[in-house]
Ligand binder design. Structure first.
Ligand code: ADP
Length: 208
């Protein structure tokens, strides 16, 4: 986050004199304590300063990028996951393509008869299937999908940054969020490259 000129001045004063009371910071800046209150609140909330009752403000020693890293490392999958689009193994490639358009997603998760995750179908998987001479209405998705146990998954308590790393490492667009259910994975959500892009943009909207 970018600090205002006054906020920078406050940080410098606290660095040099901390612990220091709000009253004393205000005196040094020839301002009233009330005028400084919003700036002190922002600096404390953002983690630049810490405040102890009856002691005053002191500098945490953390740089802006360290604070940003700390913040990103707190983002959990369940806070950002979106609704998964799921199809059955028996669904035809033709219907899977229609579902992809209707639901406006790039990845479909495939489930077996018990509704457990059994595979993933991407846009290119479907494109590849259309190149052949096969009748797309007769070809079930389970023939062309990437199947378990080769599916990369995540859990709702996982860190979003770790899922972002998985997307890069595995060169995939999305992963299902799953819950262990005896003998399989229940699909409860999805994290995609779009999720990560949105969070990236939101990080700047947070600046106040
Ligand atoms: P596209 O193939 O449209 O570029 P992806 O990069 O997501 O989309 O998919 C690349 C390949 O990886 C596809 O064959 C797909 O089935 C597979 N895939 C996609 N997501 C996963 C996942 N979470 N786990 C394992 N394989 C996946």
């Amino acid at each position: 986050m970018e600090l205002s000129k006054r906020q920078e001045e406050i940080v410098e004063i606290v660095k040099a004199n901390g612990p220091i009371t709000g009253e004393n910071i205000a005196e040094k800046l020839h301002l009233t304590r009330a005028t400084l209150r919003p700036d002190l609140a922002i600096l404390t909330m953002a983690g630049f300063l810490d405040a102890r009752p009856r002691v005053g403000y002191f500098f945490t020693g953390k740089t802006g990028s360290e604070l940003l890293t700390e913040k990103i490392k707190k983002f959990k999958v369940h806070e950002y996951q979106s609704i998964p689009i799921v199809v059955k193994e028996s669904v035809s490639v033709y219907d899977a393509i229609s579902t992809m358009f209707l639901e406006d997603v790039g990845t479909l998760f495939v489930v077996d008869q018990k509704s457990y995750l059994s595979g993933v179908v991407s846009r290119k998987d479907l494109l590849r299937a259309t190149i052949g001479q096969k009748d797309l209405n007769q070809l079930p998705v389970h023939i062309i999908m990437t199947r378990m146990p080769n599916i990369t998954v995540c859990k709702k308590e996982d860190l979003l940054i770790d899922v972002a790393k998985l997307l890069i490492e595995k060169q995939i667009d999305g992963v299902p969020v799953v819950k262990d259910s005896d003998g399989g994975f229940e699909v409860t959500g999805r994290i995609t490259k779009s999720t990560i892009t949105k969070v990236f943009v939101e990080l700047t909207a947070d600046e106040r």
